[in-house]
Ligand binder design. Structure first.
Ligand code: DGL
Length: 279
């Protein structure tokens, strides 16, 4: 259903649907457009310049659809593109619009869950290399020890629907072992990639008993509710017809076949073409 002034939710592929699922439960009244850049996923191993360039193109597309607010429901895009878009591009292309990420709301609360003072971050290569999590968490919990593990095979396994196979066990076990070797006192682990909730059961199987596992959907949904409360000028610009649109840069058939395992209900998507210029 086309809507005016929806909230945009973005990911490189399907992962952001795990966040949209929580957001639409928490804040069902708003209109949303989801965009998965499936044609160019995964972003996790790409350079800063490429992730920035792809993400900016998608943000400009959201603005062309009337979105006043866009959530980058992708840690890799939040780590590598968000700050430049907020500081350099927004003032030039859409000074009244806002783009938010998923790292800050997660960093703001992670320390509340840890008793040992050691937390683990499971993320893509790009998110880990950016050091965004240690930096952001340090602002809110300066005493917390942050141990990171890059899991470069996890997104490809999930995007290719291989995450429930025995092959997936190998890579889950390998990275959980490596994370726990980096910080044996870790008592809280964040799934800092929006694809990873699909591997949650396997991850729990290999984590030591008692370690808490956090995924970002509810954290980001609470953060968005709080943001809209604190920013009535933005809240009043967001349409409230309960509309949902799902868009992909790749095949709609593939998207519709895979999306429901991330979103929790069937999805009908539209193909969009990013080769047009939107600014
Ligand atoms: N869901 C993205 C994230 O949160 C996946 C990144 C990718 O495309 O590799 O980082």
């Amino acid at each position: 259903m086309p809507t005016t002034h929806p909230i945009g939710v973005f990911d490189s592929g399907y992962g952001g649907l795990t966040v949209l699922r929580s957001i639409t439960k928490r804040l069902p009244q708003y209109d949303y457009i989801y965009l998965g850049d499936n044609a160019r996923t995964p972003y996790g191993n790409r350079s800063f310049e490429t992730v920035y360039h792809y993400t900016l193109e998608c943000v400009q597309w959201f603005f062309s659809q009337g979105c006043p607010l866009v959530i980058l429901a992708c840690n890799t895009a939040s780590a590598k593109a968000l700050r430049t878009i907020q500081q350099k591009d927004l003032p030039r292309i859409a000074p009244d619009n806002r783009v938010l990420g998923v790292i800050r709301p997660s960093a703001e609360i992670i320390g509340n869950f840890s008793e040992s003072g050691h937390v683990g971050i499971l993320a893509t290569q790009g998110t880990v290399a950016s050091e965004s999590y240690p930096m952001e968490i340090g602002k809110f919990f300066p005493q917390l020890h942050v141990h990171q593990e890059a899991c470069p095979m996890w997104v490809p396994l999930i995007e290719n629907n291989e995450h429930q196979t025995h092959g997936a066990d190998f890579f889950v076990k390998k990275h959980i072992k490596s994370l726990m070797e980096k910080g044996e006192m870790i008592d809280t682990v964040l799934l800092a990639c929006t694809h990873y909730p699909l591997l949650q059961e396997k991850i729990e199987e290999y984590l030591p008993v008692g370690v808490k596992l956090l995924s970002q959907g509810d954290i980001v949904a609470d953060g968005l509710a709080d943001y809209l409360n604190r920013h009535p000028e933005m809240e009043s610009r967001c349409a409230r017809n309960g509309g949902r649109r799902f868009c992909t840069t790749d095949s709609v058939q593939d998207f519709d076949n895979h999306a429901s395992s991330f979103f929790g209900e069937p999805v009908r998507s539209e193909h969009i073409d990013l080769s047009q210029k939107f600014d």
